[in-house]
Design a binder for this molecule. Structure first.
Ligand SMILES: [Fe+2]
Ligand SMILES: [Fe+2]
Length: 165
């Protein structure tokens, strides 16, 4: 039953798993350079996407389908922070567009709970898009100073409580 919904959920899981990998890659790189705010945003978003996988997998199993767990793409080795944010914003934009379409497909197949699941994911992906877009705006507005400030904040935190030499 609901074969089409199961197929769409497995496609969504592949996209979500790719997002988990890509965002964790960006998290590692930002963390390494001391960009705490961005490192935290990428990690938190990766965890949200992992929870999306869980929601999708639970619905597949409820529908008596197979959870494929394929990863939808290779991690892009992007090192430039503006390009990381652009790539991430595009991913969120595409997910929101696909899930809107897939919600409609589920609805057309008289599967209203699956439709609601896709709609709830659209809300999360639009929020993710907005967060990446805001950080991209900040980076454009404040330039490299925006990144330098994050590194300085990290150094300040690390030095708190250390006795002066
Ligand atoms: Fe997601
Ligand atoms: Fe997302």
């Amino acid at each position: 039953m609901h074969k089409k919904s199961i197929e769409l959920f497995n496609k969504a899981i592949a996209d979500e798993l790719y997002a988990v990998h890509q965002y964790m890659y960006f998290h590692f790189l930002c963390d390494d350079q001391g960009y705490d705010l961005l490192a935290g945003l990428f990690k938190k978003t990766a965890i949200d996407e992992m929870l999306h996988v869980e929601t999708l997998a639970e619905r597949i199993l409820f529908l008596k389908g197979e959870v494929e767990m394929k990863v939808g793409g290779e991690v892009q080795k992007i090192k430039d922070v503006a390009k990381m944010l652009e790539h991430s914003a595009n991913m969120e934009h595409d997910s929101a567009r696909d899930y809107n379409l897939w919600a409609n497909e589920c609805s057309a197949n008289a599967d209203s709970i699956s439709k609601q699941i896709f709609e709830s994911l659209v809300a999360d992906e639009e929020r993710h898009f907005d967060q990446y877009d805001t950080e991209l705006d900040n980076l454009k507005k404040f330039g490299d100073g925006y990144l330098a400030l994050q590194s300085i904040e990290r150094s300040k935190k690390l030095n708190v409580g250390r006795p002066a030499e």
